[in-house]
Design a binder for this molecule. Structure first.
Ligand SMILES: [Zn+2]
Ligand SMILES: [Zn+2]
Length: 378
């Protein structure tokens, strides 16, 4: 039996759906100890606690300020009338609510935070919708986030929790910075999911589509969903997402830099040089689907998605912001004249903002980006 240290915080009323989610905190950090700060009203195993304490692993046990809990259960319970803060060397200081469970797992301190689903959603939406401002766009984002979460509750089922707090699941940094708009959107849409033929939909989304969203299969060849198809994002010449900053972008890719990146990506051999680049295939939305890179010896075909990811991972995501670009060849470089940001599949976040500002409600926004779906409750 593993030693558990349970922090039971303020009795937070459950969301309308009543569901609780268990999230592993600091999941990307290998930590053996962490600092806990609590205000008045916090209880550890029924005893009042306030101030600071260090929680660490001691073999298979968990210790508070160096003292491992004795007794058959080897557990420690803490409840509080307010939030607690966690911090440590190299760890961001974050505020949490709900219930915290500490255990020793493979020489690491394992921290699991149980919160009502809607509290978690407000936290996720705060991070994902930080560029947006209209309440209806926030509500659309809350429904996509909730649907995604419900579909992925088994991500870590063998590990004793539902979701981790990294982008592997969805980024969750606690309740310290939850925006009032995100909280209001989670509450206003409480329990609402997006369905396709009775099943929760795969709610992909991205920042800016650039005028047309992309069908899923053009990005992920192995999968297809009837509602993840290319949709025209607004009236001709006036895409909803045109309000986004950097809706259009231009990047010069010098052949010297392209050669280096193409070698690193394994597209060409170490003695080959990139001499030209052109688009030879287009997706249904007009994005670059196949690129042809010429060297002194041969022509190499690169899938648009591989190009976008390959450059992004090595040179940063600002250089080639999407595959919605055209190419203009110059002497030393090729000019990418592009629009949008992200893979283009599903909801266009800036388009949702644009639609909201034009008076559309969140359910209309969702229907636009996920044609054939409808919202409903579990
Ligand atoms: Zn995960
Ligand atoms: Zn768009």
């Amino acid at each position: 039996m593993k030693t558990l240290l349970l922090l039971l915080l303020a009795a937070v009323p459950a969301g309308a759906s009543g569901r609780q989610v268990d999230i592993r905190l600091y999941s990307l950090h290998k930590i053996q100890a962490i600092s806990l700060e609590a205000e008045d009203g916090v209880q550890v195993d029924g005893r009042n606690f306030s101030g600071k304490a260090r929680i660490s692993i001691k073999g298979s046990q968990v210790a508070m300020d160096g003292a491992a809990k004795a007794g058959p259960e080897k557990s420690l319970r803490v409840s509080a009338a307010g939030p607690v803060w966690l911090s440590g060397p190299g760890l961001p200081r974050r505020r949490y609510t709900g219930q915290l469970l500490f255990s020793s797992d493979k020489k690491r301190l394992k921290i699991i935070n149980s919160v009502p689903l809607e509290t978690y959603i407000a936290g996720v939406v705060t991070g994902e919708a930080s560029d947006l401002s209209h309440p209806e766009a926030y509500k659309a984002q809350a429904v996509t986030a909730r649907t995604y979460i419900v579909k992925h509750l088994k991500n870590h089922s063998g590990e004793g929790y539902h979701l981790c707090d990294s982008t592997h699941c969805q980024l969750y940094t606690g309740v310290g910075s939850v925006s009032p708009k995100a909280r209001a959107a989670a509450e206003a849409t409480s329990g609402e999911l997006l369905f396709y033929k009775g099943q929760p939909a795969a709610t992909f989304y991205h920042s800016i589509c650039g005028g047309h969203t992309e069908e899923m299969t053009s990005v992920w060849y192995y999968d297809h969903k009837p509602y993840l198809v290319s949709v025209k994002d607004g009236p001709p010449g006036k895409p909803y997402c045109a309000i986004a900053p950097r809706f259009r972008w231009k990047t010069k890719l010098y052949y010297t830099g392209l050669t280096r990146l193409a070698r690193q990506a394994g597209w060409i051999l170490p003695d080959e040089q990139a001499l030209s680049l052109r688009i030879t295939g287009w997706s249904p939305s007009g994005r670059a689907k196949v690129l042809e890179l010429r060297t002194q010896r041969r022509a190499v075909l690169i899938q648009g998605t591989d190009f976008y990811h390959g450059i992004g991972r090595r040179a940063g995501w600002q250089a080639v912001r999407s595959t919605a670009f055209s190419l203009l060849a110059a002497k030393d470089y090729v000019l990418l004249d592009g629009a949008g940001n992200g893979h283009g599949v599903g909801m266009c976040q800036w388009g949702a903002e644009g639609m909201a500002r034009r008076g559309f409600k969140y359910r209309e926004i969702l229907k636009h980006y996920y044609p054939g779906t409808e919202t409903g409750h579990d």
